[in-house]
Write a protein that binds this ligand. Structure first.
Ligand code: MOS
Length: 744
């Protein structure tokens, strides 16, 4: 039954990727393909008073320049621009009118016979503006925030701070030991390797095939149809491969609008590829100021915890996730209170970035817990154990499973935590200060309705189809593993078809919910195929399966077999031959089983070692151990890759990543990967990933998903290690060397 599930399997798409056979959005070709290059605003707020495109149009090879004045017709209401994961508010409409809402906003698209001509000509477009005052500094808006709006549906409710409990103010005031602090996370930009791109192929019959980098082909398809008033059957969106999403491709981005505008206007195929600087005009992780107050008794249990957050959104939309509620969820405390407000800036709308809310909210919590441990003179791990909660206190319910204790135990053992000298600046290696820090991680385990189609042939090959994406997480591979096991086939006999809006329904790939959703979807559909085969098998003359119940058979090694008695079996090929068919096709929708009575979460314990050059303040993360509890692991190799990648990102979040804005112009100053620092090979040392056993019955396969949990806690573990090494507490990320220099 489980030949492949739970094993280490290389990606089934790996060869295609390393040989270049896997095609990305900017690599699809079409006859007469034209190329668009964006002209972006150089002001943060105002109106366009004049666009002079004459210079660009005179360049040989330029076909046209599309602006708000000559674009094709677009919807005039916000609802048409609301994609599947749009926040409240009025979504940005590319090239819609003369309004400028952020620096870097696309204002025109120069379309030419080659991308080089388009790009050169774009530099000749002259834009005149009527400028208006802008604000892009979170700290300037700190006193002009708005509360997060009340939820209007269950999804929004997920993002709204939980209800307070007890009497947190009184409990804080009465607590024997208190810690209070402000924690800052800057704007961070996703920097996936693949640039956002759309190749919009306009066919002679007016149909559009759009190859777009996206985490949700059906989300983009519906959006394009509603924005441009196109019939659903005339628009197909494809994204078979994606070079990294991390949340930046959950919503349709402006490149797809621009490519479709030009394709419709010119009635020919058009490709738009963003430049790396233009990627910084998309969504981003919102900057945030978080305030945590914890009151404890001297024994190391919590009396009260309060968590306030101010996060950044745009003027036109209200994007927020729920940073604060993790605090009273993770640790036992009778009193808890949360508050979340939004600061509007003249910037694009912020968006999801890997583990939105927990990566940031738990950073603040776990740094604060480390400070509390110091105040209590208690080992930071021991503090977590004393506050351990077996119940979700925000909603007063048990967990479907929570193996966090095992994460602490196995992570600490692998790291050698018991050898830690608690005194800051007490550990050294070859002149460097050595610091050991730890933190907890938590994320949601979610499942979404999804539809899967499977066609099983008499030749023992199966085709599995679903419109999900594989954003680089390994979805192709886990889908094939689950299908192979459920259908009793070798892995290589399963082919996976995804990333195409014409395939059966899938939500966007995000929130770590696709593994649980699609694997259980495949299991359901495979079961339906098994049932069909059994019906046919029973009709066979002297069938060995004549009186057997559907749940008493399974598909194993190309045969339909009794679970009790393996000698009672019929080959699939024989069943189909007798039934007069050569394939069976089934399409089933699988929804999560409602289970409001229990909380569903993944957890982690992260241990980090840093070495700090005492004179220069240079910090190296020399070791990380991440112990993860995420239910059943479908593929130990791709799963470990997810966690490794997350830990690397956590190193960047702790020490390097920061989008810097020149507030005079509201413009990103480091919109390139030379000056926006991310960890490179030399920054990444030993990382050990441990998956602890965590049986879970939330869904039949016990899968929780782990695309995001791996980043949670990493920045805090590193920040705590930096404190332990240096004795200096830095609460503002990233912890660059100027903040710790001269700690000697
Ligand atoms: Mo994820 S941040 O939901 O792609």
């Amino acid at each position: 039954m489980a030949a492949y599930i739970g094993t280490s399997q290389s990606r089934i798409d790996g060869v295609k990727k390393v040989t270049g056979a896997a095609k990305y959005a900017a690599e699809f070709n079409a006859p007469r393909l034209a190329h668009g290059s964006i002209v972006a605003s150089t002001i943060a707020k105002g109106r366009i008073t004049h666009i002079d495109t004459s210079g660009a149009k005179r360049v040989a090879g330029v076909i046209d320049v599309i602006t708000h004045q000559n674009r094709p017709s677009m919807a005039d209401n916000d609802q048409a621009y609301k994609d599947e994961v749009a926040p409240l508010g009025s979504p940005f409409r590319p090239l819609y009118n003369d309004k400028v809402a952020f620096n870097g906003q696309p204002l025109a698209l120069v379309v030419a016979e080659t991308s080089e001509i388009a790009r050169a000509a774009a530099s000749l477009v002259r834009v005149e503006y009527a400028e208006e005052p802008h604000v892009t500094d979170l700290f300037r808006q700190r006193d002009a925030t708005i509360p997060v709006p009340p939820p209007t549906n269950p999804i929004e409710a997920l993002f709204t701070p939980p209800k307070a409990r007890g009497t947190p103010e009184q409990a804080l005031a009465a607590a024997a030991v208190r810690h209070e602090g402000d924690y800052y996370v800057p704007i961070e930009n996703h920097n996936p390797m693949e640039l956002y791109a759309a190749t919009a192929v306009y066919e002679t019959d007016g149909k559009l095939t759009v190859y777009n980098k996206t985490q949700g082909v059906q989300n983009v398809q519906r959006y394009v149809c509603s924005v441009f008033g196109l019939k659903p059957e005339n628009v197909r969106v494809m994204s078979p491969f994606m070079g990294g999403g991390f949340g930046s491709g959950l919503r349709p981005n402006f490149e797809v609008v621009l490519a479709v505008q030009a394709a419709l206007a010119l009635r020919r195929p058009v490709r738009v590829v963003l430049t790396r600087p233009q990627m910084y005009a998309l969504g981003y992780r919102p900057a945030m100021i978080q305030r945590i107050a914890i009151g404890a008794n001297t024994g190391g249990t919590l009396d009260a915890i309060t968590h306030d957050a101010i996060t950044v959104t745009s003027q036109n939309e209200e994007f927020f996730r729920q940073e604060t509620g993790w605090s009273g969820l993770l640790y036992k405390s009778a009193n808890a209170k949360y508050a979340h407000r939004l600061a509007r800036l003249d910037r694009p709308t912020s968006c999801d970035m890997r583990c939105p809310s927990a990566a940031t909210g738990v950073y603040a919590l776990e740094a604060a817990m480390d400070e509390l441990a110091v105040a209590l003179k208690l080992d930071p791990l021991e503090l977590r154990l004393r506050c351990y909660s077996d119940r979700d206190q925000n909603n007063d319910r048990p967990y479907s499973s929570k193996a966090l204790r095992e994460c602490y135990a196995q992570g600490a053992a692998a790291f050698g935590w018991e050898r830690r000298n608690p005194e800051p600046r007490s550990m050294r290696d070859d002149g460097d200060l050595v610091g050991w820090g730890m933190a907890t991680g938590v994320w949601d385990a979610m499942q979404m309705p999804i539809t899967v189609r499977i066609a099983l042939g008499a030749n023992g090959h199966a085709e599995v189809a679903c419109a999900t994406s594989d954003i680089g997480t390994g979805t192709y591979t886990i889908m094939a593993q689950v299908a192979a096991d459920m259908l009793g086939l070798p892995l290589e006999n399963v082919s996976i078809n995804l990333g195409d809006s014409t395939l059966p329904q899938s939500p966007v790939e995000g929130g770590s919910w696709i593994a649980a959703s699609v694997s259980n979807g495949i299991a359901t559909t495979a079961r339906a195929i098994c049932d069909d085969l059994l019906r046919l098998a029973k009709a066979m003359p002297s069938s060995p399966l004549a009186n057997i119940a559907p749940d008493a058979v399974a598909l194993v090694d190309g045969k339909l077999v009794s679970r009790q008695d393996a000698t009672r079996a019929v080959a699939i090929a024989d069943v189909m031959r007798h039934g007069g068919i050569d394939r069976i096709e089934q399409e089933k929708t699988t929804s999560p089983v409602p289970d409001e009575g229990r909380a569903h979460n993944t957890h982690s314990a992260v241990f980090a070692e840093v070495k700090v050059d005492e004179q220069l303040g240079v910090i190296r993360v020399t070791r990380v151990v991440s112990a993860i509890a995420a239910g059943r692991i479908l593929n130990t190799k791709t799963a470990a890759s997810q966690i490794l990648g997350s830990v690397v990102w956590g190193i960047g979040m702790a020490l390097q990543e920061e989008t810097v804005i020149d507030h005079r112009f509201g413009r990103v100053m480091n919109a390139n990967i030379a000056e926006y620092h991310v960890p490179v090979n030399a920054d990444v040392h030993e990382i050990k990933v441990i998956f602890v056993d965590e049986p879970d019955d939330s869904n039949p396969l016990g899968v929780k998903g782990l695309g995001e949990i791996g980043i949670v806690g990493v920045a805090a573990a590193i920040a705590n290690a930096v404190y332990h090494a240096t004795g200096k507490r830095v609460r503002d990320l990233p912890i660059t060397l100027d903040k710790v220099i001269g700690v000697a």
